[in-house]
Design a protein around this ligand. Structure first.
Ligand code: C2E
Ligand code: CA
Ligand code: CA
Length: 384
């Protein structure tokens, strides 16, 4: 049994021992069928401490401790057991969120200190304590501050210009979140959106961004009517009914033309869950909102899907555009995609334009709009 992996099973006959007191082991067991008795030794031999049945776990201390078994486990009847190994648990933990690892570490330590003789602290799982604790605390602190940032002003939507290539006229913006840390300056959403995604905070951030986008749109209309703003939406927000209500009520509150609000979703998100994406996208469409497919050229990029999902345009990813700089074949692909998109009546936007040459080439092959540091970095509205 020493080599058993997670998912292995073990069949026993009545009277068979799973393990005996004093055995070494790094496996825990879940009873699938049958009954197991846990036996401890006293002066007169073995005495039953517990009787376990289907779905009960036993031997789990072996997952966190290398100490020998302190009791025996024996089948009372024919049994089937599922096996969990310490190696399996450690492997999963290595890939887990550092916060989860840290919490589990604290729990196992506490457990070890309450179970006398179960283990010494050195024996516990190798879950790289200090690094995890630091990462976990940093992540928690960032999430706490970002959450507070929604009301104290340290979270902002910066706006990056989007221009029409034909005449270099600015036609809109993409809203990009920034958390302003007093110590580290502006922190990009790449650093907190994934963590927020795991913690559920992403839903609150998404609603906040929707309200903020509408507020900025209204302010922009005072200065230059007709400018649009793109709002980024993450996959987990597709199921958030409150998001659609928030968007709808903010559009009404600021008396905005819904056509000026564009929602950006990534292609991989749509493909991963076509049904719920379609429900969300159709609901947006029925409000009059336009849909842009973001990061096009990084995922499946299945052109054959494009006519099946309700989108108004595609944003060609920076890497897709920059590959065209060094390869004639890539240029042909990009130009082909643009042609096809236009045949499907989709607007095309080039992302990540950093040089004049890139912009000129995009205009040459007929891309409609462009965005990138060459035209302007994301900035708060005050400075735009
Ligand atoms: P994205 O939607 O693909 O946004 C474009 C990213 O490219 C932005 O990074 C932008 O600052 C950066 N960028 C723009 N022009 C250039 C350029 O010329 N060169 C280069 N190298 N980069 C350029 P940022 O602001 O760090 O945002 C990262 C990602 O975070 C976004 O990728 C988006 O997926 C997500 N995000 C941003 N704001 C929001 C939001 O309000 N809600 C949600 N759900 N996600 C957001
Ligand atoms: Ca985007
Ligand atoms: Ca993008």
């Amino acid at each position: 049994m020493r080599n058993a992996a997670a998912g292995d099973s073990l069949t026993l006959r009545a009277g068979d021992y799973v393990f005996r007191k004093g055995d070494a082991g790094d496996l825990a067991y879940v009873i699938v069928s049958g009954r197991i008795e846990i036996l401890v030794e006293n002066g007169d031999g073995e005495q039953r401490l517990a009787m376990l049945g289907p779905q009960d776990y036993f031997g789990e201390l072996a997952l966190i401790s290398e100490a020998p078994r302190t009791a025996s486990a024996r089948a009372l009847e024919g049994c089937e057991l599922s096996v969990l190994s310490r190696e399996y648990l450690e492997r999963s933990l290595r890939q887990a969120d550092p916060l989860h690892r840290h919490l589990l570490r604290m729990i196992t330590r506490r457990m070890q200190s309450t179970i006398a003789g179960a283990a010494t602290p050195e024996d516990d799982l190798d879950i790289s304590g200090f690094r995890d604790a630091r990462l976990a605390h940093e992540r928690l602190r960032l999430l706490t501050r970002v959450r507070a940032g929604m009301s104290d002003g340290s979270l902002q939507l910066h706006l990056q210009p989007i221009v029409r290539l034909a005449d270099a006229e600015q036609v809109g913006f993409e809203g990009l979140m920034r958390y302003h840390s007093p110590q580290q300056g502006d922190i990009s959403p790449g650093q907190f959106i994934p963590a927020a995604e795991d913690s559920g905070l992403v839903l609150e951030l998404g609603r906040w961004a929707a309200v903020e986008t509408c507020r900025l749109l209204a302010e922009l209309q005072q200065r230059r009517p007709g400018l649009f703003v793109n709002l980024n939406v993450s996959p987990s927000q597709f199921h958030d009914v409150a998001l659609l209500q928030t968007i709808q009520s903010s559009l009404a509150e600021y008396q905005l033309d819904p056509q000026l609000l564009h929602v950006e979703i990534t292609e991989s998100m749509v493909m991963a869950d076509l049904d719920s994406s379609l429900a969300f996208l159709n609901a947006c469409r029925s409000l009059g909102i336009q849909i842009m497919l973001d990061d096009f050229g990084t995922g499946y990029s299945a052109m054959s899907y494009l006519h099946r999902i309700p989108v108004d345009g595609i944003k060609l990813d920076r890497s897709f555009i920059s590959s065209a700089q060094d390869s004639a074949a890539a240029r042909t692909v990009v130009a082909g995609v643009v042609r096809l998109a236009h045949e499907l009546n989709l607007t095309t936007v080039a992302e990540g334009i950093e040089t004049r040459e890139q912009g000129l080439w995009c205009r040459e092959i007929g891309i409609d709009l462009a965005q990138g540091y060459y035209y302007g970095e994301p900035r708060p509205l005050v400075g735009t």
